[in-house]
Design a protein around this ligand. Structure first.
Ligand code: CA
Length: 231
């Protein structure tokens, strides 16, 4: 079945260009010209991915992202940002966006990121027939994509889940930010490691008893991050 993309963007020319290219790739596209309409369509359509402009009339893209996540939706969200909105990128990730693309973007790069973010890389694809990982009070179920801590489900975004699974499958192995970018985000990254740092921070806030003194997602100074099983 064709994957559905919701484009929340007020500039009609950008919507038209996106639609043209994405429909050629086999996606079904819907456009929403403002944030409230976008929120309504996100709820009605339950799209496979949302492209979300930051500068929108009425409520902006950051607020839209926040509300989408507040509704419990885990649909991948890619923010479309202008170069001068540097700070908004990090803010957007903190609000639960999975990725961002800076305007003007190359269509090829955008399509690669759309595909990478749609790929539920870690879900149900374990080859060893292993369906869950358990470490102490933490359970990661690959089939249902549910993560429980002490019996309580954690609301993780797609990328937080992917990052956790990738690291937890190879406990105590240190991964650099570049390695995490390549394996969890599925594309070569162009120099900005903050995406990894922000996702780690969000994951820690949900996963750790005390995010300032993590017990699972550990930092190896100057080297990267690793998942510790010494809980
Ligand atoms: Ca705009």
């Amino acid at each position: 079945m064709a994957k559905v993309i919701l484009i929340i963007e007020d500039e009609q020319t950008i919507v038209d260009i996106l639609k043209f290219h994405l429909e050629r790739e086999g996606f079904v596209c819907h456009g929403a010209g403002n944030g409230l309409k976008g929120l309504r369509m996100a709820a009605e359509l339950n799209p496979d991915l949302i492209l979300l402009d930051i500068m929108l009339p009425g409520i902006d893209g950051l607020e839209v992202c926040k509300r989408i996540r507040a509704q419990g939706s885990q649909t991948p969200v890619i923010m479309l940002t202008a170069r001068e909105e540097e700070e908004d990128k990090v803010f957007g990730l903190e609000l639960g966006a999975d990725d961002y693309v800076t305007k003007p973007f190359a269509m090829k790069e955008l399509i690669a990121r759309i595909k990478a973010n749609m790929r539920r890389s870690a879900a149900g694809t374990g080859t060893g027939g292993e369906n869950a990982l358990r470490y102490g009070g933490l359970t990661i179920d690959f089939n249902s994509m549910d993560v429980k801590k002490d019996g309580k489900s954690l609301e993780l975004s797609q990328k937080e889940f992917d990052l956790l699974v990738f690291m937890a499958k190879q406990p105590n192995q240190v991964f650099s930010r570049d390695e995490l970018m390549e394996n969890v985000w599925n594309y070569e990254y162009y120099g900005d490691a903050r995406t990894v740092d922000v996702t780690v921070r969000r994951l820690r806030e949900k996963l750790e008893d005390n995010p300032a003194e993590p017990g699972y997602i550990m930092t190896r100074r100057g080297a990267g991050y690793f998942f510790s099983i010494n809980n």
